[in-house]
Ligand binder design. Structure first.
Ligand code: PLP
Length: 422
């Protein structure tokens, strides 16, 4: 029954019942973790054949000896495969080390210390600077901007991407906004995929010359349905919009092969790539080309990656289904929560009634179920409505996941009665 139409007495009765359920949950001595979006061991197993590659054949198709120094751009064959998947021409794509987050960090620090490509002033010298942060969003993006004292401005997420009217107004009024975080496909945590129209607006809107969008396409191929969306050619679209240097495209194979030992990508205009490579060349002589060659041999081509992602999908779909079924069965009727039903990515975003998220997370913790820390999906960990909880269904085994989610549902209901009875 809908909690909102209950009398206080009815609610108190339900709360007593839920308290008993919760006590039983605590007595079960659970130790379950729904916090981070990590691949499960079975997903990592899908790439085990890569561990014996490249074998004795350590040259790439152009004859590069991958054991040696050099090749800052990364292997051409790998850039061809992932260029297709990210919608970037191979000539505009670098293939680098094991973490795209590290590239995003370096892009930010280079902007602060050296200024962006073509700019005569560094970000740091322009006084306090700001980034637009579509929220809820990815906590580690926000951690980078917070670590360097860049002010974060939350922007609402709509079903087709960030609210472009809000972005346009903010950018028109404030040239100190220098960056924007964006996860265009199956966003973390909302699962939203940006529409072509939203994308076009973001690329066209007036902004400072040294304004950059971090187009973090971390989940470009991570579909839970038949096929991932065709990636938009954002670099070409940005050039057509008159802002060829506005976008940094990011991606990696962290959730395709091995989360700790994949390869990462940066796609950008030639001017941005020259600028980035110049500063990167101070930190490294070149990426791990043997690992890149391993990836080339393992996949062969872009279809090889797509076929591999279908195997991930077969493992992940039942887990997402299990979570959604439990949310529906336990929470739909009471109308105290809503949640996303994503077509891809790694998360389900759960919104509880205002004021109940922190309490739900606390109740779950005290019952041995770890949920992503309160506020993580917002800049400065400040959830303005105290309502968002990011669920990460990928890592636990399905039986554990079901037990954990049933426990979470009890915590949501109990926290909701507390809020409504306040
Ligand atoms: N970007 C997004 C949106 C993510 O969700 C994650 C991991 O959860 C990453 C980047 C991390 O990428 P990488 O492993 O390439 O550093």
């Amino acid at each position: 029954m809908n909690f909102h139409s209950m009398s206080p007495d009815q609610l108190r009765e339900i709360a007593d019942d839920l308290t008993k359920q919760y006590e039983r949950l605590q007595a079960a001595g659970l130790k379950l973790d729904l916090t981070r979006g990590k691949p499960a061991p079975e997903q990592l197993d899908l790439s085990n054949d890569m561990l014996s590659l490249p074998g004795d054949d350590y040259r790439d198709s152009t004859g590069v000896d991958c054991r040696n120094y050099g090749g800052l751009t990364g292997l051409a064959d790998l850039r061809t495969i992932f260029g297709e998947l990210l919608g970037v021409a191979p000539a505009n794509l670098l293939s680098l080390g094991n973490s795209s987050l590290e590239i995003m960090h370096d892009l930010t620090v280079f902007g602060l210390l050296h200024g962006t490509a073509g700019s005569s002033t560094t970000w740091a010298a322009q006084g306090p600077i700001k980034f637009l942060c579509p929220s809820p969003g990815y906590d580690r993006h926000f951690a980078i901007t917070e670590a360097y004292g860049i002010e974060m401005i939350p922007v609402p997420m709509l079903p087709d991407g960030p609210d472009t009217e809000v972005c346009a107004e903010l950018l028109a009024a404030d040239p100190s906004i220098k960056g924007m975080w964006a996860v265009p496909t199956y966003s973390n945590p909302t699962g939203v995929t940006f529409s072509e129209e939203t994308t076009r607006r973001l690329l066209e809107m007036p902004a400072a010359d040294d304004f950059r969008i971090y187009w973090d396409n971390a989940y470009a191929v991570h579909t839970l349905v038949d096929a991932a969306p065709t990636p938009l050619p954002v670099l070409e679209m940005a050039a057509r919009a008159g802002h060829p240097d506005r976008v940094y495209v990011l991606g990696s194979t962290s959730k395709i092969t091995f989360a700790g030992a994949g390869v990462s990508f940066l796609g950008a205009s030639q001017a941005n790539l020259d600028w980035f490579s110049k500063h990167l060349s101070v930190t490294t002589i070149g990426p791990d080309k043997l690992n890149q060659l391993r990836h080339v041999k393992f996949f062969g081509d872009a279809d090889g990656v797509r076929a591999h992602m279908a195997r991930h999908r077969d493992i992940l779909v039942p887990k997402f289904r299990a979570v959604l079924d439990i949310l529906e069965a336990r929470l739909a009727e009471s109308k105290v929560a809503s949640w996303t039903d994503p077509e891809g990515g790694y998360f389900i975003s759960l919104d509880v009634i205002d004021g109940a998220a922190a309490r739900t997370i606390e109740l779950a913790k005290n019952a041995g179920i770890a949920l992503t820390a309160y506020g993580s999906t917002f800049p400065y960990k400040r959830d303005p409505h105290d309502r968002n909880i990011r669920l990460a269904p990928t890592f636990p085994q399905i039986d554990e996941l079901k037990v954990a989610m049933d426990g979470v549902a009890t915590c949501v209901l109990l926290a909701s009665t507390e809020v409504l009875l306040e």
